[in-house]
Design a binder for this molecule. Sequence first.
Ligand SMILES: [Zn+2]
Length: 416
Amino acid sequence: MAAPAQNLKINGERLWDSLMEMAKIGPGIAGGNNRQTLTDEDGEGRALFQSWCEAAGLSMGLDEIGNMFAYREGTDPHALPVYMGSHLDTQPTGGKYDGVLGVLGGLEAIRTMNDLGVKTKHPIVLVNWTNEEGTRFAPAMLASGVFAGKHGLDWAYDRVDAEGKRFGDELERIGWKGDEKVGDRKMHAMFELHIEQGPILEAEEKDIGVVTHGQGLRWIECTVTGKESHTGSTPMHMRKNAGRGMALVTELVHEIAMKNQPNAVGAIGHVDVYPNSRNIIPGKVVFTVDMRTHLLDKLNAMVAELMERAPKLCADIGVEFSAEIVGQFDPPAFDEACVTAVRGAAERLGYSHMDIVSGAGHDACWINDVAPTAMIMCPCVDGLSHNEAEEISPEWAAAGADVLMHAVLETAEIVE
Ligand SMILES: [Zn+2]
């Protein structure tokens, strides 16, 4: 398979102009965007994207959940297409690049191929996945999840927003419900360019993150049971303090994450204390442990260690510990050939790069289950995302789109 020439680069200025043009639709209140899924603004953004695709000679496919597929012909019509893309919807107080860079970076790659008359054996499809963010209609990555067979289509249609509006009704209302069956498409491969949404690449001064894995996660709901009693009149040695049990488990979670580096994380973000009164020793504390890492065996071992040690720690101070797993997502390992194509592209183009694990969920994590998939990340300032102040540099955007184009061209096989 011939690799694209190293001087083949996208037009960074044109990419930046498109990003700024899209950001005018659904402006936020602090310089970012509010273009939540299935709003009028989402519809407007889609229409702009479609007009750009048509101007680039692409034909648009639309499935029953509103996923948009812009098609560029290959020389072999029987070859499976190579996909690239991300999402155009944003958080209510979102940035201009989360998701958008992956879609418009792909568009810029196609515009460059057109400019230079580059032909590929495999067709290339640029995709905009519906409702990646999941703020208005939970869960996140809804439409790519239906595409990958994780959720039923009717179940997705029945999701409701805070005002009680149905996903299916809103999709029809904005006019972006297609006829194509969701998930019918077969892919040769899929590439998603995305901003890191974390601080690692900027801190390490790397242009490109070669994403090898996504984080897997376990949510473990824990209950520590002691005995409610007066905080003033109960002697210390006679207390059954469920709050203290939770404190010990909090430290244990931290310790387990620290000894499973790199990439392992753990924290307790949700706590309910009973009866939650200033002068009552808590009789019960319910809290949720969030543990994540990128290797399944390690993730399971972390949970097993928590389940083994927490009951003993609690028993030693006279309280009882019980727990159950209430949420789980196994870590995706991206396709080796696709990851190698991304790394090779960064290398060939002379961009500094490092292997990285995606801390956040992405459409690519679901698609990885039905097609060979990989992700490319570019840095973002201070690791800030899901925030209107989210910022990247035009150079970072261009480098990411260059790597995306090269990985896609190599996989789609350039025809000389
Ligand atoms: Zn995103």
